[in-house]
Write a protein that binds this ligand. Sequence first.
Ligand code: ADP
Ligand code: ASP
Ligand code: MG
Length: 406
Amino acid sequence: MALIVQKYGGTSVGSVERIKAVAERVVNTARDGHSVVVVVSAMSGETDKLIALAGQIAARPAEREMDMLLSSGERVTSALTAMAVNALGQKAVSFTGRQAGIITDKVHTKARIEKINGDRITKALKDGYVVVIAGFQGVTEGATDVTTLGRGGSDLSAVAIAAAVKADLCEIYTDVDGVYTTDPNIVPQARKLAKISYEEMLELASLGAKVLQTRSVEFAMKYNVPVVVRSSFNNNSGTLVAEEDKDMENVVVSGIAYDKNQTKITVVDVPDKPGIAARLFNAIASANIVIDMIVQNISSDGKSADISFTVPRTDAKTAKEVAETVAGEMGAGRVDLRDDISKVSVVGVGMRTHSGVAARMFQALAEHNINIFMISTSEIKVSCIIDLKYTELSVRVLHDIFGLAQ
Ligand code: ADP
Ligand code: ASP
Ligand code: MG
């Protein structure tokens, strides 16, 4: 008798047939004697469709209204899933984020969960219901406004709910069998990992491996929620995301990630004096934009610098506007924006104790004539910004040279 949270992503609830298949798995789990909380995403493609619709109405729609709009996708699937479970003779009830007690801050379209009042969930479970919760959404304190948690945010809903109701396990059902050494849709030879540490998963996710949303991994790590990633299309065992094992350090590189959602912004001819970078990046932070890489090149006469940084593509327009304002105020030159870039990264906790990973990575890219625009490293990863059109090629090359294939 366990308490299990099962999250089903967009493709897993992408059609009536898929929703019925999900309901069967849920009912089987309940009939095995477990209490089940289900978290669902919108049907695949639905969130993108809603974003495109908004784009046809307004160039810059109000973010509050975006949240009203986008939260509707998950609401649809939660009700349909509850109906499908009911139809199989198992009591089920659907909840919106608000009804599930998910309280967030007020940052629309990328809100953070502040607390979860799980009483209503717990009561419904006690009354014998399967509880189906609309993922990706919450509500501000006092139930004033609906918020969403950022793209891929249903993963976070599931992990946060699992922590709040003290679930024994959080299962993330998706369209691949688990976490692989790299995206199996790009490299068919990618190997499924039986287990991965929270830390490595966090790096992979934040570097673009969208199989788990970054903040969901942060949350799982913080609250020690055991997460299993598996497929809703079969019964194969998945990947356990948990605390690091002793033997994990023996593997130098455990995965390759890529991120095509980055934009590079360059502020040209920035005066070289103290406080300039602080001013620029304070302004960007105030717009709630997360900066990833930063590179500064001082000109040969030492009087000015070019500052380049990367931001998520969805924030690029705003970041450029903010940078232009600050550049104007401090007497810098123009602001350039480059969209046709991507980031490829190699990740592994073993890098802490093994050297030469960066050199091998640069060498492999050079041998394929792939130019590197920016580099960043941490204890357990090396990332390069490259030309977008070489993304798949570099992922394959790196997967190969680090010997990750099956
Ligand atoms: P869902 O809609 O179920 O949330 P996502 O599309 O968000 O699913 O995430 C699953 C996808 O993540 C896979 O189809 C795969 O293309 C991609 N992916 C990227 N990197 C990896 C990886 N290392 N292992 C597994 N899947 C990965
Ligand atoms: N439907 C949302 C999205 O597409 C949330 C999710 O799928 O996790 O980003
Ligand atoms: Mg996802």
